[in-house]
Design a protein around this ligand. Structure first.
Ligand SMILES: [Zn+2]
Length: 298
């Protein structure tokens, strides 16, 4: 009996060594066994997606890089503290598509960090400012992002591959239901013209067949000039646009002025860049967007 135990012990030990050699592309098994696998998400929508993929897995820790933010990630520059926080991270989950302007700096300073890039393989919309990074705002593309996150996490951390896959599949079922509800709810609208605040909604509009007649602030946080404001007012009147959509993250001053001048009504559309750190947050936000759009465009 004792002899068997020894043999098994030896077998397990050598399997562990082989395992750590085989895991060369991921986190070495020996290292992962002694402490949790640490994942950092670059910002809120990536955090919520990764939370769904990595939740309830013992030995996996998740944190968000950015402190609660008031706007979108392109308004953020990485701080020394945030960079320091990343030194204790094994895997960094990013949206990609150019959203994390500081990504090269991170890779340069921490060459061992594994990057999980959620927008890999997704064709990007090109607009006046270049390739648009707001991929997650389309529910269908967000489903692709969740699948990307799960498969790349599985490669970076093969120990938990099965759990990532299982969690992602369960979340995708919920997201597919959300997508179906939104397509059904937005099918019969009186008008499909909307005016939005920053360039966050082209993927969303394309998915749900909405037409963005104008964007009030192309650069978020920058108030439109008097000339731009006047141009937008003319456009809203000419196109007979009835609904303006401000975002909860940005002040609605310009939108209020346009609403006053044109008689268009002001509503809220949330690009899901801030909110509670809960696994259902993306679905809750999109469901609110659905009812707001129906109220505005029905
Ligand atoms: Zn943005």
């Amino acid at each position: 009996m004792q002899k068997w135990a020894k043999i098994i012990h030896r077998f397990v030990a050598s399997a562990a060594i082989i395992g750590s050699v085989l895991c060369a592309g991921g986190i070495p098994a020996a290292r992962a066994a002694t402490r949790p696998v640490r994942i950092t998400a670059s910002f809120y929508p990536m955090y919520i997606a990764t939370l769904n993929v990595a939740k309830g897995i013992p030995g996996v820790e998740l944190r968000n890089l950015t402190k609660p933010m008031t706007g979108c990630l392109h308004d953020y520059s990485i701080t020394t503290d945030d960079m320091k926080g990343l030194t204790r991270t094994d895997i960094f989950v990013v949206n990609g598509a150019g959203m994390e302007s500081f990504l090269n700096k991170v890779i340069k300073q921490q060459p061992n960090i594994k990057i999980v890039s959620a927008s890999d393989g997704i064709e990007l919309i090109k607009d006046a400012t270049g390739e648009n990074p707001h991929v997650w705002v389309s529910v269908s593309l967000h489903i692709k992002q969740v699948r990307n996150i799960a498969s790349q996490l599985a490669l970076a951390d093969p120990q938990h591959a099965k759990q990532y896959g299982r969690n992602a599949a369960a979340y995708v079922v919920k997201l597919e239901k959300l997508r179906n509800d939104m397509h059904a709810g937005l099918k019969d609208l009186k008008t499909r013209d909307i005016i939005t605040f920053h360039e966050a909604f082209p993927y969303f509009a394309r998915e749900f067949g909405l037409h963005i007649a104008a964007v009030i602030e192309r650069e978020p946080g920058s108030e439109p000039s008097a000339k731009e404001l006047a141009e937008t007012i003319t456009l809203v009147k000419k196109a007979k646009v009835k609904a303006l959509f401000a975002e909860p993250q940005y002040p609605a001053k310009a939108a209020q002025a346009i609403a006053r001048e044109t008689g268009a009504k002001l509503y809220t559309l949330d690009p899901a860049v801030t909110g509670p750190m809960r696994d259902d947050a993306y679905i809750v936000t999109m469901t609110k967007n659905l009812s707001e759009l129906r109220k505005a465009l029905k």
